[in-house]
Design a protein around this ligand. Structure first.
Ligand code: ACO
Length: 330
């Protein structure tokens, strides 16, 4: 009789990120909006959201371009070449084309071919969803070394005449190399969706008959999203910790989706975590949707806060309505 196979886990072996060079501070955005007759202020944006700046991609720069830079940094950090990757998953709600997948375009830009490459659409929960799917594929033997990416150009779907949304979002990409491992790695994952709330955060338009049909810009009921987000972020954090038989005290770093500093502070308070364990990048990045969690992870790894062996709780929440979390030892 064969000995039972040793359990297979996954671990992150490298992180990377990329922001397009154009940084738009609140004051510049206030001036740009004023020129369109839209009134806002640095004080309102900072107090209500914690956002001081965001980055916008230049015309012609797509999600796959931002993803490419992030992936190169992640591969370098992992000490891997692109041709050693056997799975590419890109979380994005702002793909380069209707089809094929941004992941296929990214694969070509990385100069490799053959491995499976697909996009995953769960809006701001996209990275946490993509990490969960890649983790499952690696643990069950379907892949051994994956690039998991969040990449967005939300500036393309913003209505710059709607001050309740256009001040919130930015562009960017973050990536990790996820590898099969004898030891975890990813300790537990927890994903959810509730399609009853499709309408509170959406881009309702589509393409048909050679035209854009309906409204192709982001629409959000901010207060409804806020209320749901604070509840589910606490719930999924507790669930994923219970699944891993860990407690709040074991969390070295909390990286929630970077949408609004008030939502993030509320989550820290509810989980009774020391505020210094919260990683914050929303101030400089704005809300970059699926890119926000890997961008924040890479920022804190590169500035030396998050170290190998630390326990990190990643949380996503966004359109769908979707939410979830991944608990991992780096
Ligand atoms: N500048 C100045 N005033 C503004 C602006 C602005 N940019 N935007 C709104 N206001 C005004 C409103 O018109 C309103 O004025 P009134 O009182 O005269 O009617 C007032 O400010 C308050 O508006 P509220 O909507 O009540 O503001 P709130 O405190 O709820 O903050 C916000 C709005 C920041 C959008 C908040 O609700 C929020 O963060 N929601 C959650 C967003 C989120 O988490 N998204 C995550 C998912 S993203 C994804 O999945 C793509």
């Amino acid at each position: 009789m064969n000995a039972p196979a040793a359990p297979r886990y996954t671990r992150i072996s490298g992180t990377g990120s990329h922001l397009p060079p154009r940084r738009v501070g609140n004051d510049e955005l206030v001036r740009l909006l004023a020129a369109r007759g839209v009134e806002t202020s640095d004080a309102w944006i900072t107090e209500r959201t914690g956002i001081r700046a965001r980055h916008f991609a230049a015309d012609g720069v797509n999600a796959s371009d931002l993803a490419l830079h992030a992936c190169r940094h992640a591969l370098e950090a992992a000490g891997r070449r692109a041709d050693e990757i056997d799975l590419i998953v890109v979380a994005t709600s702002t793909p380069d084309m209707v089809f094929p997948a941004t992941a296929s375009i990214l694969q070509a830009k990385l100069g490799v071919h053959g491995c499976p490459a697909f996009d995953l659409q769960a809006v701001c929960s996209g990275f946490v969803y993509a990490l969960t799917v890649a983790d499952a594929m690696i643990r069950t033997g379907g892949a051994t070394r994956a690039l998991v990416v969040g990449a967005e150009v939300f500036s393309r779907i913003l209505d710059f005449d709607d001050r309740t949304t256009c001040v919130l979002f930015g562009d960017g990409a973050g990536a990790v190399v996820l590898e099969a491992s004898d030891a975890p790695g990813i300790l537990a994952t927890d994903l959810h969706a509730d399609g009853r709330h499709v309408g509170i955060l959406c881009v309702p338009g589509t393409v048909g008959g050679g035209k854009v049909l309906g409204d192709p810009l982001l629409r959000m009921d901010g207060q409804a999203v806020f209320k749901l987000a604070v509840g589910v972020l606490e719930e999924t954090a507790r669930t994923v910790l219970a699944k891993a038989a860990r407690s709040e005290a074991d969390v070295d770093w909390l990286i929630p989706h970077q949408a609004n500093i008030r939502i993030m502070h509320s989550t820290v308070r509810k989980l009774r975590l020391p505020p210094e364990r919260l990683v914050v990048t929303v101030d400089e990045h704005g809300n970059t949707s699926a890119a926000s969690v890997p961008l924040a992870l890479d920022t804190a790894v590169r500035d030396g806060r998050i170290r190998r062996g630390d326990t990190v709780l990643l949380e996503g929440v966004g359109g769908g309505f979707t939410w979830g979390s991944v608990l991992l030892d780096l």
